[in-house]
Write a protein that binds this ligand. Structure first.
Ligand code: NAP
Ligand code: ZN
Length: 352
């Protein structure tokens, strides 16, 4: 065991503050990673404030962060995928049972015994796992991803959650040329969704509640932008979408978007508001529409997404911040004031 620097919150109403945590020494299959950047996902905020208490209560202190990019500083003796000095990424998962049918199919994200990067029982040290708001992490090499060498690191970190969460449902729903795709909410997930749908060749329409995000939406790859509070603008798109990805973090009316789907259209929700959403049966019945959810992605698909980003030069648009500004960044997330992902430069923690 060794000590690592980190930022943690002591309770649902406490700010993130400097602390020291224990990490395990690398075992045979482990890599030790010096964390260079960690994205701030809205899930970090939901968890720190225990907004998902009904589904996964937060154990305090919590060290959030599951959009990790860094450099390998040490490897266990059985490690084959990485060597010291390599770049590596870690997303939302750090372990699973590896033997269940889901793990065997590369869907570790649905393993009944998965270990999330933070706030999951820690099999090795007891207590719960601690995430990426830290200067280092130790994970089994199976749960570390290779990072394409051509991508900027600050903008690569968010791919590990926001990237895979939006890439996976788009692949599953056949997003590509000739398809009309909507993305609701231009935040961290949403702007990645726009970039992917554009790169896959679809016609992309962004729905935003923030009119001044219009230009940015077009710049990141949207063909059209609709201010969702404008009923007339919404009406123009009735019955026309093949697929809509809903990336909204707060309570909102999904029926307004279901009604924009064409025949057999699908709306997939990846945003995770704490409160239940009310769905009108008729919004689904008319047109054989479907409404589904999607949860991050498995390790093989996460690597596929990173390689896709390498090939298409895709990274997140980030505002790089020192870790001392994490609390302020949370307040800004709540005001939808993010362009379009905060990425923590972990050098700020090392120098504190
Ligand atoms: P984010 O950066 O804060 O973006 C959320 C966006 O939603 C905002 O930028 C805003 O976009 C829109 N929005 C916010 N409040 C709204 C409201 N009251 N009504 C309508 N629109 C609103 O958050 P994120 O990191 O992208 O995460 C989005 C959600 O996905 C969170 O709930 C997060 O926990 C969840 N998530 C799920 C998964 C998964 O596996 N399913 C993975 C990661 C995150 P506009 O300004 O454009 O309207
Ligand atoms: Zn996330």
């Amino acid at each position: 065991m060794y000590n690592a620097r980190a930022y943690s919150a002591a309770g649902a109403a406490s700010p993130l503050a400097r602390t020291t945590i224990a990490r395990r020494d690398p075992m045979d299959h482990d890599v030790q990673i010096e964390i260079l950047f960690c994205g701030i996902c809205h899930s970090d905020l939901h968890s720190v404030r225990n907004e998902w208490s009904e589904f996964m209560g937060t154990v305090y202190p919590i060290v959030p962060g599951h959009e990790i990019v860094g450099r390998v500083t040490n490897t266990g003796k059985a490690v084959t995928k990485f060597k010291t000095g390599d770049l590596a990424g870690v997303g939302c998962l750090v372990d699973s049972d590896r033997t269940c049918p889901r793990c065997k199919a590369g869907l570790e994200n649905f393993c009944p015994n998965l270990t999330l990067t933070f706030n999951s029982p820690d099999k090795y040290l007891g207590g719960v796992t601690y995430g990426g708001y830290s200067d280092s992490i130790v994970v089994d090499e199976r749960f570390a991803l290779r990072v394409p060498a051509n991508l900027g690191l600050a903008g690569t970190a968010p791919l590990l959650c926001a990237g895979i969460t939006t890439y996976s449902p788009m692949r599953r729903q056949g997003v590509g040329q000739g398809k009309k795709v909507g993305v609701v909410g231009l935040g961290g997930l949403g702007h990645m969704g726009v970039k992917f749908a554009h790169a896959m060749g679809a016609h992309v329409v962004v729905f935003t509640t923030t009119p001044n995000k219009k230009e940015d939406a077009l710049r990141v790859g949207a063909d059209e932008v609709v201010v969702s509070r404008n009923a007339d603008e919404m009406k123009k798109h009735t019955n026309s979408f093949d697929f809509i990805l809903d990336c909204v973090s707060a309570d909102h009316d999904v029926n307004a978007y279901l009604n924009l789907l064409g025949m057999n259209g699908n709306l997939t929700i990846v945003g995770a508001p704490a409160k239940p959403l009310g769905v009108h049966a008729f919004a689904l019945i008319f047109g054989n529409r479907s409404f589904s959810g999607s949860n991050i992605g498995g390790l093989p698909e996460t690597q596929e997404m990173l390689d896709f980003c390498g090939a298409h030069n895709i990274t997140a648009d980030v505002e790089v911040i020192p870790i001392q500004k994490a609390n302020e960044a949370y307040e800004r997330l709540l005001r939808s004031d993010v362009k379009y992902r905060f990425s923590i430069d972990m050098a700020s923690l090392k120098s504190e």
